[in-house]
Design a protein around this ligand. Structure first.
Ligand code: CA
Length: 648
């Protein structure tokens, strides 16, 4: 199969002409059909001219230049292969009409919001400096409790509202103002490319979906815009969202699903039948568990994926990418994604799920799949979710089993390995460095952390403020934020987010999925605990170390239940030593701290059972430390604590 390497496929708009280019080497005829609107069910709907494209037999690319100003006209291709003609939107669409069935000729420049030229990417120096908060656009502001104006609720534009408060009462901050207080560095958005499962033409239906069913990879989803019929609007409003987050110093990560498409009756198969998907004989492979899997190892699929992320980074100023079911994608493609993004900026984040639904049906060799076992073949700046740490912390995702935070000590080895981002030679190791490990305990999939704590405690009073449940949640948070790697939380984890026991809410209504901001008030103590831990992480650079320096210098002590470790620091202007202690039992535990360097005579407690932060709570002498039941202690050597305080 011939390939084409230039990045000019799709339509390129000029005010006096538009160039259409599409790769379809097996086609015998390709025409482009113009329309007035994005669908036939709109006022003004009208079929306009069509034009034949000409094949370049060297590359398999068909093209035509149409003169005149085609701005905002819609188009489809009619592609004839083996005597069958199929109509399709452009594989390389940059803009589409309602529900993505027709592409639009777009003057991208004119979609830029005011001030877009001045918009800058938000980067952290090392990926381990990032603190990632995952959210679905609808969930963020879909509840009236968000205080966002009714018209923007659940939309891109909710992110542009400042000064929002709980129920609009003017007291408790919500949404972007809340995130600023919390201290996260990146918002990770669940699918915002154009997906299939929500009918954009019927917003009143209240349809909801996470959107893991891509239809047009290079176009924003329409249902989050104020007008999905006009192809310009979603692009403009998406950019306003990015601009608003950037203006407060928060980066934007996009969830990309290059493992499968919504169905195989897609623009890909209609344009080049039988090319884009992996097959075994006549059977479609299904390692994605979604009915098909994209053949990332094929040249034109690979370049499509690489060009797509580059496009989002350049056109929309996206600061990071999270690859869904990265195990379906080959390591060569992932490394090429990293290289291409490095040319824009090496600080763009790349991380993904190092698994697939069914690796046995992947169609590429296991040693080529982007799974943990092959982490050594990937760039050390392609990170992977650490599921063994997650499971050791809380037990299996959705059942009643328990992990360390609920008092199970069987997997303490995996807890300690996870604290070291699985990059220590002494413990379980698969990551080359902490930059290759995403450290987390909850995400959009499966029970929320709170609901898992409920399930494993055999309870269903999701609105409880039971101290014991909150104590387990605090243990989890402290373990995540003091560990090596890239910390990640499901948005709302810090306010005991519940979906009332629903472990797979991908199409549940907003009443289940939307963040209930009332919980920011009800669980303020927990929110403040997370906030304090984030502040601690930002104040002590060894926790954010991108290399294995901290991993090597950390000294562990455990009695098989309690875990304690010391972390030295030589960074000028920061504390010299931190000790972190966990007790998951119902009795106090006593541990003698040890260190590779000199231990202090006295410690300042900055985090305990009650609260966390960078302020002194009390002092303790010596290195035989009593840890109260179900609690965390974070200690700083008293000398450097006092001298850092004096400098401020
Ligand atoms: Ca859509």
């Amino acid at each position: 199969m011939m390939n084409y390497n230039n990045n000019d496929l799709g339509c390129t708009y000029y005010f006096d002409r538009t160039v259409f280019k599409v790769w379809s080497p097996d086609a015998t005829e390709v025409r482009v059909q113009l329309f007035k609107t994005g669908s036939d069910n709109e006022p003004d709907a009208q079929k306009l001219e069509s034009y034949g494209l000409k094949l370049d037999s060297q590359t398999g690319v068909w093209s035509v230049t149409v003169f005149g100003d085609l701005k905002n006209l819609y188009y489809t291709y009619l592609v004839t292969v083996n005597g069958v003609t199929r109509e399709t939107q452009d594989v390389y669409s940059k803009a589409v009409g309602v529900n993505g069935r027709r592409s639009m000729v777009c003057d991208m420049e004119s979609t830029n919001p005011v001030g877009w030229d001045g918009d800058k990417h938000i980067y952290v120096r090392n990926s381990t400096d990032a603190i990632i908060w995952e959210v679905h656009v609808g969930d963020f502001s879909g509840s009236p409790s968000s205080g966002v104006s009714e018209k923007n609720r659940g939309k891109y534009l909710a992110f542009t509202e400042r000064g929002t408060t709980l129920n609009g009462e003017g007291r408790i901050k919500t949404c972007v103002d809340y995130l600023l207080d919390l201290g996260v560095t990146h918002v990770h958005l669940n699918p915002v490319y154009d997906f299939d499962s929500v009918d954009e033409s019927r917003p009143e239906s209240g349809q909801y979906n996470w959107g893991y069913d891509p239809s047009n990879y290079n176009v924003p989803e329409g249902s989050y815009s104020s007008n999905p019929f006009d192809g310009n609007v979603r692009i403009n409003e998406f950019k306003q969202m990015v601009q608003a987050l950037h203006s407060v110093g928060i980066g934007v990560v996009m969830d990309v699903v290059f493992n499968h498409t919504s169905s195989t009756d897609s623009c890909f198969n209609r344009t080049v039948p039988d090319y884009y998907y992996r097959k075994y004989g006549d059977r479609l492979l299904n390692s994605s568990g979604c009915g098909n899997v994209l053949a990332s190892e094929k040249e034109m699929v690979r370049s499509y994926i690489v060009n797509s992320v580059v496009y989002w980074a350049n056109e929309y100023h996206i600061d990071g990418f999270r690859f869904d079911l990265m195990g379906c994608i080959d390591t060569t493609t992932m490394n090429l994604v990293r290289l291409a993004l490095d040319e824009i900026d090496p600080r763009i984040l790349v991380y993904g799920e190092p698994w697939s639904a069914n690796l046995g049906d992947n169609g590429i060799a296991f040693e080529d799949a982007s799974v943990k076992e092959n982490a050594h073949k990937l760039s050390s700046r392609i990170a992977m979710f650490n599921d063994s740490f997650r499971n050791a912390l809380k037990g299996n995702n959705d059942d009643a089993s328990i992990g360390y935070i609920q008092g199970n000590n069987h997997n303490i080895y995996y807890v300690i390995s996870g604290i070291l981002a699985c990059s220590s030679n002494t413990f379980l190791k698969w990551a080359k460095k902490p930059t290759q490990c995403v450290t987390y305990n909850s995400a959009h999939d499966n029970l929320t952390l709170w609901d898992k704590l409920m399930k494993s405690s055999n309870r269903d009073d999701y609105d409880t403020t039971d101290e014991h449940i909150i104590a387990m949640n605090k243990l989890s948070a402290a373990l995540v934020f003091t560990s090596q790697g890239i910390p990640f939380i499901l948005g709302g984890e810090e306010m005991a987010r519940t979906k009332y026991g629903n472990h797979n809410s991908y199409n549940s209504p907003l009443s289940v999925n939307a963040i209930d901001w009332n919980r920011a008030r009800k669980y303020k103590e927990l929110v403040d605990y997370y906030k304090g831990l984030i502040a601690i992480r930002k104040s002590f650079s060894p926790l954010r170390e991108p290399t294995t320096v901290t991993v090597s210098n950390t000294y562990f002590e455990t009695n098989g239940r309690a875990i304690a470790y010391t972390v030295p620091n030589i960074t000028h202007g920061e504390w010299d030593m931190m000790a972190i202690l966990f007790n998951n039992g119902h009795e106090p535990a006593k541990i003698t701290l040890k260190s590779h360097t000199t231990l202090p005579h006295s410690w300042v407690v900055i985090t305990d059972y009650e609260s966390s932060g960078v302020e002194e709570r009390k002092r303790i002498d010596g290195n035989d430390i009593n840890i109260p039941p179900m609690s965390v202690l974070i200690l700083i050597d008293d000398k450097s604590f006092d001298s850092v305080k004096k400098q401020k």
